[in-house]
Design a protein around this ligand. Sequence first.
Ligand code: C2E
Ligand code: MG
Ligand code: MG
Length: 567
Amino acid sequence: MTNATAIPVSDKQQILAQLCEQLDDAIFILDANLCYLSVNACYEMTIGYNESFLLGRPLGIYAAKFLSADEGAILADITSHLNSSGFYEKHFAMANRYGQVIDCHMTYRKICIEQTVYYVGMVRDMSAAIKDQKKVAHLLNYNQVTGLPNRKVFLSKTNDLLLDTYQEIAIVRLNIDRYRSLASLLGPDGINTLIKSFVTRIKNLQLDYLTCFSHFGGDDFVLVFECPDANIVRQQLDSLMQICERPFSSDKTEANIYCHISVGASYFPKDDDELTGLLAKAEKALHYVKKQGGEDICWYDTSIDEATIGNWQLESELRTAAAEGQFIPYYQPKFELATGIITGFEALVRWQHPTRGLLRPIHFIDAIITHKLSFELFSQMAVQIAKQLSIWQEQGFCQHICINADATEFSHPNFFKMVRNLLIQHNISATQLHIEVTESSLIQRHSKVKKQLGLLKELGIYLALDDFGTGYASLSYLQEYPFDFIKVDKSFISDIDNNQTQYAIVKAILDLGTALDMQIIAEGIETEQQRDVLLSMGCKQGQGYWLSRPVAADAATKMLIEQYRTH
Ligand code: C2E
Ligand code: MG
Ligand code: MG
């Protein structure tokens, strides 16, 4: 036990007075008439009046007639509570002498000392704590990039809405197509800036019937429309898609960024009467849109469930196709436009499906990438193409064939070795094999892709940039990768004989080709007029249905024989 000695009363009073002065809480003492007797330094600071001014003045500082209605009501409340129970506690916002509003917690206590009544008040400034609370609440409830309500807020708001409403409600899920590629192109800051501008555009649209716009993270957005008419919701979504298709500028790339959107929607109560079910069904519809190439709106329907089952089947069929060699090349000739002479062929894959017949890539190429079968496809095509080249060589036709490939094929560790071995094995020159890479596949910028393209180039293989003008950063690819050919996408040729913009774009690409010493090939020539216009512009090479559709190997050989005879 310690032997503590009691502090003399006068010292104790002095210590207590000093403690009171130094406290972080504002303390004041009132007499029985609620007039100030004493206040500490913190109180002076908080309300902005010093003790000498306050002494003897009533609580509220001024006579009741000068107080605002609110202040008067609080004062009356305090007085009545203190008279009845001797205690009063309240959390409220108080304005100080300088007009600053302070969130404070106030307590009053009635104390009797030797039959004299005192009131002790304590004011605690809660502004900082409230700010922190608000900050935490914001962090917990809103997406930090866009400030939109997050999943948690969405779930509670929309659940309430479903319980209360007699209306039909559309739950709409929205993703940006090729978001991951965009994110890796723009980097973390760039993609956040894009997402913010994207959200601002949608907010500025002020869509009708929109009751909630929520951001679950990344490119995952949900919109809730309280509207029974699916056509009206569709109109709203159409205008949303249109507004987002206008280019976004980016500091990261010199080119504009175009955002395409996929949308899936479900309807309450038709599709489900619970929010989780509605969200899942809207998501299924969204995935369905993405599988079909994106940039579309799809309403949930039970047939989508069946299509998902179909996807499983597709995967297993593709694996069989890869194992059993069901992928075959069709050949579309490329022509010298002035003479009509075949300058080479492009190999286009066809899937010889056991029950569905000959399928074009649109039906399976995305699934090939998704299920990581790209390298198998490339190998199968490359082997057949190499064999075809050596057959033509034996027949005296020195031709070249272009093979299409995407970045996932290039990044395979055996890619280069496999191509080199094929050339040796079939005794063909590297210049007879061209490789076409689509712009869209370059967006991921795999460091491996650059290395592989460099190696192929060293080997003597010619490289073509396919679908030029449709990607995000066409010009930067030309600078970054060693291409020999540019293939102008068919979307710029389709109306070239009537449309001045198409004409101007193709002309600019042709000038660019001359400046960079690259050959230009026009894709998708469907009419004689298009061929004539291209020729008059100085475009030397082209391919398209008007010249020849893609054909099987035998038919391609016949074309070569025919050409040999006539020229
Ligand atoms: P691409 O490389 O740009 O090939 C041109 C596409 O346009 C081909 O479609 C061709 O049949 C079609 N086409 C040619 N001339 C015309 C025309 O005058 N008008 C129109 N409307 N279309 C024309 P296809 O064969 O369906 O191939 C589509 C795409 O699939 C190709 O576009 C290419 O990106 C990809 N692809 C084809 N074969 C392969 C392959 O073996 N591997 C990979 N990774 N992708 C391939
Ligand atoms: Mg191609
Ligand atoms: Mg193309």
